[in-house]
Design a protein around this ligand. Structure first.
Ligand SMILES: [Zn+2]
Length: 210
């Protein structure tokens, strides 16, 4: 899987990419903004933009097929199912972050998904090295499921599950790739600085030196 396009850093085309894993970035498509919990995948067009910004869909052909689904009732139904799946995945991730296992029922659901929508991968030359990437055969919206189930299965079977974390100050999840495994925030810009300023002010009020 390619990394998200990162020309503008953490926000790409109105979506947050700070998780180091596309499936966690996918969870983060319902952040809490100033106006409260906000659904960023508000319609099929938004889903199209997210799939492109995340790097999950990158071929010109796949992009134009996605574009053709903008007003498709089938795509709208798919999006509804996808968002429902995202929330069940959120529950599984919250359990993992608390040190327990995802619900058996959810593991069964992902297994059924993998069976029904098996991910097909192929090797590609990319920048002088060989990468293994999912092959997308987009004929209908449900052909996006192999990507989702493949990524979800990878997350659930993550050997370093303790690096899957939620930001200490907000609802955003991420995979900690820092060397020491000591990342605490979704992003220094979004929550880290707020936290540091608040801690500084607390110390100042209590008379400690900063
Ligand atoms: Zn945060």
């Amino acid at each position: 899987m390619r990394a998200a396009n990162s020309e503008s850093g953490e926000w790409v085309d109105g979506f947050l990419f700070v998780a180091n894993r596309p499936i966690l970035d996918f969870l983060n498509t319902r952040p809490v903004l100033a106006q409260g919990p906000t659904e960023l995948l508000s319609d099929v067009r938004a889903l199209e933009r997210w799939l492109i910004a995340s790097g999950m869909v990158h071929s010109a052909k796949a992009k134009s097929i996605l574009r053709s689904w903008q007003h498709s009732p089938e795509a709208a139904l798919f999006l509804k199912d996808l968002i429902a799946f995202r929330e069940r995945l959120r529950d599984a991730v919250l359990r993992m972050e608390a040190g327990s296992a995802p619900a058996d029922e959810f593991i069964k659901e992902v297994n059924r998904g993998l069976l029904r929508h098996p991910p097909i991968t192929a090797l590609h030359k990319r920048g002088g090295r060989i990468v293994r990437e999912p092959t997308l055969e987009l004929k209908r919206p449900s052909d996006l499921w192999p990507l989702i189930f493949d990524e979800a299965a990878g997350l659930l079977s993550e050997p370093e599950a303790s690096r899957i974390r939620k930001c200490e100050a907000c609802v955003v999840h991420y995979f900690d790739t820092s060397r020491k495994g000591s990342r605490r925030w979704c992003s220094m810009n979004i929550c880290g600085n707020k936290f540091k300023v608040a801690a500084y002010q607390r110390r100042k009020r209590s008379g400690e030196s900063p």
